[in-house]
Design a protein. Structure first.
Length: 200
């Protein structure tokens, strides 16, 4: 994986971890956050991977439905795991949902995530190239404002508004999860305090 991808994906997690520690949280509390229906997330990831390996003949007809299915599965997983959570965790999930929807809209109407040619040039990228996930914006591009229009020159990348919200959500979820109380099983395994002489 390229260093840019590691920073884009790992940066928010690192920021969230630092914020969690600075606010008194601990990484040891992360296992206390029980995640439900993980199979939905794995299925969404599998569908997402499948969209990048479609043959040319099927890509035009299957890419949009598969992407929609992957987003729907991921959103359903987030909604399921938002139930019965603290309000900071629900806020993080809400930001993640919003970011995912904002990214899904331009992909749905354009087939791929469009990117601004001028933003790509500012970021130091070769403008005009098309990838399995991105397509340069043109006259027929719709919802470009929700596409990759935010240049990140130090990373040689462009991001979208949805990407920014997802990054904030990731940092918030990690920092909040580091304050999650110990689960009941952990509390039951704690040794009982030894009574002192004279105590009732």
């Amino acid at each position: 994986m390229r260093a840019t991808a590691l920073i884009l994906f790992g940066g928010p997690v690192a920021v969230g971890t630092a914020a969690g520690y600075l606010s008194g949280g601990r990484l040891s509390r992360l296992p206390g956050v029980r995640l439900r229906w993980m199979r939905l997330l794995w299925l969404a990831a599998a569908v997402q991977v499948a969209t990048t390996s479609l043959p040319d003949a099927a890509e035009r007809h299957l890419r949009a439905p598969l992407l929609a299915s992957a987003f729907a599965l991921a959103l359903l997983w987030l909604c399921v795991n938002a139930r019965d959570r603290t309000w900071p965790l629900k806020t993080g999930v809400g930001l993640a949902l919003t970011g995912a929807v904002l990214n899904a809209l331009p992909i749905a109407v354009n087939g791929r995530m469009p990117y601004s040619l001028s933003s790509a040039a500012v970021a130091g990228l070769r403008a005009g190239s098309q990838t399995a996930k991105n397509v340069p914006a043109g006259r027929s591009t719709r919802l470009l404002a929700l596409g990759d229009t935010i240049p990140l020159p130090p990373l040689h990348a462009v991001a979208s508004i949805g990407d920014v919200l997802l990054a904030i959500a990731a940092a918030l979820l990690v920092a909040t999860a580091m304050h999650h109380p110990a689960n009941a099983a952990q509390e039951r395994n704690q040794p009982c305090p030894t009574p002192t002489p004279g105590s009732a």
